[in-house]
Structure formats: C-alpha cells, structure tokens
Design a protein around this ligand. Structure first.
Ligand code: PMT
Length: 225
C-alpha cells in the first residue's frame, strides 16, 4: 500500500444508512453500520487524498485527517454530496434508502385502540445520489457498490451500466459473516469492459486498502488520457 497514491486528489465518500422519517419518533432504515465506507475514507486519507466523508447515522469515530459531514436522510445526503463537489473520485458505499414516506407526520402517530385495522404507509422514491453525480459534465471517477442477495454479478453489471459508473463493487450480502454490519467483507470489482477482479474475504480495513490501491491506479491511467 503506497502512501502517496492519492496525493493532490479530492475523494468524496458516502457511508452508512439513511433514515427516512415516518413521524418525529419513527423511521425506515437498514442495517448498514458505515464500517465499509469509513474504512475506505481512512485508506484514502492514508493514501494522501483530501477526503470528504458524508456519513449517515452511525456509531463510528472519524478517521484521522478526514472531513466528516453528518446527515440523516437521503435528501440531506444528496445535498451534502453535491455541495462537496468537485471531486476526483466518488465512492458511494452508503446504503441509501430507495424510498421515503410521502409525508412525515408532525406529531407522533397514534394507534386507534378501537380498531384492529392495519396501517398503510405511502412511500415515494428517493433520488439516486450516485446516478445523479455520474450524470454531471465535470463528473468525478464514479465507484458504486451493489449490495445483492442473488445473481450478484449480473445485477452489479446492470447497475454499472444503468448508473453510468466507472467501477462497481459487487457485494453478496446474503453470505454469512460479510456485508452489512460485519467486520469482514468479500467483493468483486467489475469495470466498464466487464473485467472482474475478486477480492476474497478479509477485514473491511484490508479490503478498503486493496480497493483504494486499485482505484488510484485506474484514476491515474484514465485521467492521464
Ligand atoms: O455499512 P456496512 O455495515 O459496513 O456495510 C457495507 C455495505 C454492505 C452497506 C456496502 O458494502 C454496500 O454494499 N453499500 C451499498 C448498499 C446499497 O444500497 O446498494 P444498492 O445496490 O442498493 O445501490 C447501488 C449503488 O447506488 C450504491 O453505491 C448506493 O450507494 C447507490 N445509491 C442507491 C440508491 C440511491 N437512492 N442512491 C444511491 O446513490
């Protein structure tokens, strides 16, 4: 792992889940801990980059020399990521909620004690933060993650294409001991020519360094053209 690999680069990373409010005390979210994104931010800073880390609600210390911006919802995460641009590299490790409640109730929603009816929540789509940034004219080199439970590589390749990315990191989140909230992970990097590179199970810190080395190499060759 070389320390000067990303010197002079601005690297934007998002991490963790988002929370989508139902009312003042309830929300929709997911099991992302932020560990993968925080490990990437730490590795990018070690490689010499100026790092902006946009973090959803997580319980993790800020890595050394990383500029951290805390957000809660997908809309806040999008605004913070857009304001951090321009960047040379964007790594979207966050598990952004795809939907949010159409309305957030002003007061705590009350259960009707006389009724045994269920409750239907209307959800509306959130914007796609990564696809939005990948559409910018002056776009950073864009890396996405694809958290999948089946047909992992096929779905990941589809997201690479659909979101106009430079690299997608396929993450099988159905396998035990890796993925959401664990300390270890195993991933496959897929690039625009559909070349696959598998990084076997290791700690998220070790994988983060491998991913940063790989991406820094690609950034150097692609930006030199
Ligand atoms: O946080 P940890 O506990 O360490 O777990 C790590 C992880 C499993 C969350 C991480 O490795 C991972 O896979 N992150 C992406 C999770 C995800 O939401 O994947 P997706 O397949 O739904 O989304 C594809 C890509 O689009 C992702 O880069 C995501 O950040 C981005 N996206 C998705 C939806 C949306 N509205 N906006 C986005 O930018």
């Amino acid at each position: 792992f070389e320390h000067g690999l990303l010197t002079g680069r601005h690297v934007l990373i998002n991490a963790g889940p988002t929370r989508e409010a139902i009312d003042p005390v309830r929300y929709i979210s997911n099991h992302s801990s932020g560990k993968m994104g925080f490990a990437l931010a730490e590795a990018a800073a070690e490689a010499g980059a100026r790092v902006t880390l946009v973090a959803g609600p997580v319980n993790l210390p800020t890595p050394p020399r990383v500029n951290r911006i805390d957000v809660v919802s997908a809309l806040e995460m999008q605004a913070a990521c857009e304001s951090a641009l321009p960047a040379d590299l964007f790594i979207a490790a966050a598990a952004v909620a795809d939907y949010r409640p159409a309305d957030c109730a002003t007061h705590k929603m009350k259960k009707d004690p006389k009724s045994s009816n269920g409750l239907t929540l209307e959800l509306i789509p959130n914007p796609d933060i990564l696809a939005g940034i990948a559409r910018h004219a002056q776009r950073p080199w864009c890396v996405g993650f694809a958290a999948e439970t089946h047909d992992v590589l096929a779905y990941a390749a589809d997201k690479l294409e659909r979101k106009n990315l430079d690299l997608i990191i396929a993450n099988d989140v159905s396998a035990p001991g890796i993925g959401f909230n664990s300390d270890n992970n195993a991933v496959t990097l897929i690039d625009r020519s559909l070349h696959e590179e598998h990084l076997p199970m290791a700690s998220k810190n070790k994988l983060a360094r491998q991913i940063i080395s790989h991406v820094a190499g690609r950034l150097a060759t692609d930006k030199a053209v």
